[in-house]
Design a protein around this ligand. Structure first.
Ligand SMILES: Nc1ncnc2c1ncn2[C@@H]1O[C@H](COP(=O)(O)OP(=O)(O)OP(=O)(O)O)[C@@H](O)[C@H]1O
Length: 298
């Protein structure tokens, strides 16, 4: 099905998505969640452990495994080609293509999922060999070099094996691999949580820079609300499988509507300073506003 969505700003529309785990007792993990994600936007998902953030992210990318069951709702991806993709109906090859080419994911432990006995070069090359079979060997090699360069890893590391790299470098390699096919959306689930604070900061700055440069949208999941306030355009606050509040980072900080959001904000001591202490870094600047801000929409 095609339409003129390539000319609209909506990238992904999640409507009334409902996901249960049919374990011994049924867990209603995501309850009628609706979100619209705009092209190039960074949307944060915040909320306490178990509120359904990861289940929602897995649902959006069709990565759910039993006992998870989507019991209602829809996820529509508005491709830049103009095609509307019914994500929940994707299967087999179409699903694999969608996951790498349109939407990619970076998880907390992603760096540990690199194959230990295969060089970084071969692991990146595999993506092209699988998804871009027509690409020449020399173009694949060039692209692998560009990707490492893009994420700030010395290209000489291409011939290294994962154990020869630090955790931060391995996570950067995972981000490079997630970027390999130029996706329109990256879902990041606690992508830097396992890393030390300085490395975390460097990688987040890198993600913000890449987002401005390449224009992909990000769904960023973390417990770290102060971090989301700093790097995202909008934040959805979840509790008990529902979205309680969805607002721009600034509105959420200065004028949270829901008592639970206010409680969450108060639980971070670093946020209890003067209102003027709200600062945004990481490449989201007044000179280069994110597409969401650029539209002036709320
Ligand atoms: N495989 C599973 N079987 C049964 N219940 C599950 C399963 N995975 C998750 N759940 C339940 O679904 C709910 C949502 O879990 P989910 O992992 O999505 O939350 P989360 O907000 O991402 O948590 P965290 O921040 O700790 O990762 C929780 O009640 C959780 O216990």
């Amino acid at each position: 099905m095609t339409n003129d969505s390539s000319r609209t700003q909506t990238l992904l529309r999640v409507s009334d998505l409902t996901i249960d785990y049919s374990a011994e007792r049924i867990v209603h993990a995501v309850k009628k969640v609706s979100i619209e994600l705009r092209r190039g936007e960074i949307l944060g998902l915040a909320g306490e452990s178990g509120c359904g953030k990861s289940t929602l992210a897995y649902g959006i990318s069709q990565l759910l495994r039993p006992p998870a069951v989507v019991t209602g709702g829809s996820v529509v991806f508005h491709d830049k080609t103009g095609e509307d993709v019914n994500v929940l109906a994707l299967q087999g090859k179409d699903l694999r293509t969608f996951r790498w080419s349109k939407v990619s994911m970076v998880f907390q432990g992603a760096m540990n999922s690199l194959n230990p006995v295969i060089s970084i070069r071969s692991q990146i090359d595999d993506i092209f060999a699988t998804h871009r079979p027509d690409m020449s060997k020399s173009r694949r090699r060039g692209r692998a070099r560009d990707l490492l360069d893009l994420v700030g890893v010395d290209v000489r590391r291409l011939d290294s094996y994962p154990h020869e790299l630090s955790g931060g470098m391995r996570q950067r390699v995972m981000i490079a691999m997630a970027l390999a096919l130029d996706p329109q959306l990256m879902i990041m689930d606690e992508p830097t949580t396992a890393l030390d604070v300085v490395v975390q900061r460097d990688i987040l700055t890198e993600i913000m820079r890449l987002r401005s440069e390449l224009g992909f949208a990000v769904i960023f999941i973390t417990h770290d609300l102060p971090l989301l306030l700093e790097i995202t355009d909008r934040i959805a606050v979840m509790r008990g499988g529902e979205i309680l509040e969805l607002a721009t980072a600034e509105d959420l900080y200065f004028a949270a509507q829901h008592p639970y959001t206010r409680q969450l904000l108060r639980s971070f001591p670093s946020l209890t300073g003067e209102a003027g202490s709200f600062n945004r870094h990481g490449g989201v600047s007044a000179e280069a506003p994110g597409p969401y801000e650029a539209e002036g929409a709320k």
